[in-house]
Ligand binder design. Sequence first.
Ligand SMILES: Cc1cc2nc3c(=O)[nH]c(=O)nc-3n(C[C@H](O)[C@H](O)[C@H](O)COP(=O)(O)O)c2cc1C
Ligand code: SF4
Length: 518
Amino acid sequence: MIPRIYIPGDSGALALGAEKVAKAIEKELADRGIEAKIVRNGSRGAYFLEPMVEVATENGRVAYGPVNPSDVKSLFDSGFLSGGHHNRWLGAPDNIPFLARQTRLTFARCGVINPLSLDHYKAHGGLKGLQNAVAMAPAEIVKQVTESGLRGRGGAGFPTGIKWKTVLDTSADKKYIVCNADEGDSATFADRMIMEGDPFVLIEGMAIAGVATGATKGFVYIRSEYPHAVAMMQKAVEAARKAGLLGLNVLGSPNAFDMEIRVGAGAYVCGEETSLLNSLEGKRGVVRAKPPLPAIQGLFGKPTVINNVISLASVPVIMDKGAAFYKDFGMGRSRGTIPIQIAGNVRYGGLFEAAFGMTLGEIVDDIGGGTATGRPIKAVQVGGPLGAYFPRSLFDTPFDYEAFAARDGLIGHAGITVFDDTADMLKQARFAMEFCAIESCGKCTPCRIGSTRGVETIDKIARGIEPEKQIELVTDLCNTMKFGSLCALGGFTPYPVMSAINHFREDFKPAPVAEAAE
Ligand SMILES: Cc1cc2nc3c(=O)[nH]c(=O)nc-3n(C[C@H](O)[C@H](O)[C@H](O)COP(=O)(O)O)c2cc1C
Ligand code: SF4
């Protein structure tokens, strides 16, 4: 049997040197006259172990990591092609604690298969969901998705089935499926990992959405900072078209569905669904007032399903294993699994897919292993730049949409950023206001003007100018932004600002400076 070596081509692994490792392995194979097949898989998401190289042995796959090019010679000397021991030896990937503790439903194939091989995809359970869907009535598919309890993973947590039902029930000559792959939140990379590591699962999810709602055209809107994901999706769409998974007769059924990849231009606000639709139409990325809902009047004025990558990529497993199977995972109204992205100052950073319900403390202390610097954790920001900062006293909060909302926080796209005790929370609050000022689309006053006034007021606190009075002003301003903004950019910026003020008040009491006394 020709040895098979898996080296991630995922951009996270590439950033950590996977290409150099691949070149070193190719050279070593040539120098030693060994014939082997190299597969460029996605990443399994344990980024602290990347570049993680795997070899297929008679006893299953064996992983090594993190591998440096300088390790390659000694890996061959240790007989790594048959799983030999080496100081980079990790054993079976499924037994690596960070991976073994996960519940991989959406990411089951990510890092395992060749992302562009439909044969691999099918051999690992792919296309079963779509096969089931094309044999069902649209309303029945929508019912399954609704009953699974799946809620949008893009941030708002809106039930996916209800959105689909609105599009199904709206008659029109044309309907669209739009996949939101703008992934602008800090600490998030789940969408990118799926697009680079298992692109067919997203295509399958979109095709199911098309069949379910009567939409015949789909667009994936990918941020321009993701060139690898764009290239991978383009290749995968072509392969899917050739294989009859997309086209006039999806999997030989009477349903037509095709799709295109579109690239964004670098605006955070273009992740907001109506702004994204404007951008897709070639207009400036400005937020639209709702109603009308995109489900009724969306892209080019037609009924449009707009869903996040992970929402769509979670549909195939639901349609394969059934709504009850999926719904069985999770807690409360948060059903199924969520890919938690652990980042920032953390020891074991990466993607951890788990059923809803783990506490924040379990995630950062137990799974994440605390800070990379070894210092105590001061705060964890959950949900990207618009998410709240959680102090250790709130680490018992379970990963659940309602539990986070009850503590003035949000799960968002499930990115978490860890900060150690050197973090200055006043600076973080200022950063939130500044971020909002820079990224504001300018359509409404609380966000456009409020964010700039917020930066100025926090600067006064930093300079010790009547800090208590300024805190009152910032609180008042945050209320105006929260309740008066048109979209969540202005509406949620108060979360990081107020959580920083409320939980870390000591950082907002700088010693008064001479200027304050004037
Ligand atoms: C400023 C802003 C940025 C957003 N960025 C994203 C994004 O990058 N990706 C995403 O899926 N949703 C993003 N959203 C949420 C979308 O507006 C929308 O709720 C989501 O695409 C719906 O898909 P879902 O129901 O599958 O989550 C953003 C919202 C706001 C207000
Ligand atoms: S809150 Fe900000 S980003 Fe949203 S519509 Fe208003 S100005 Fe635009």
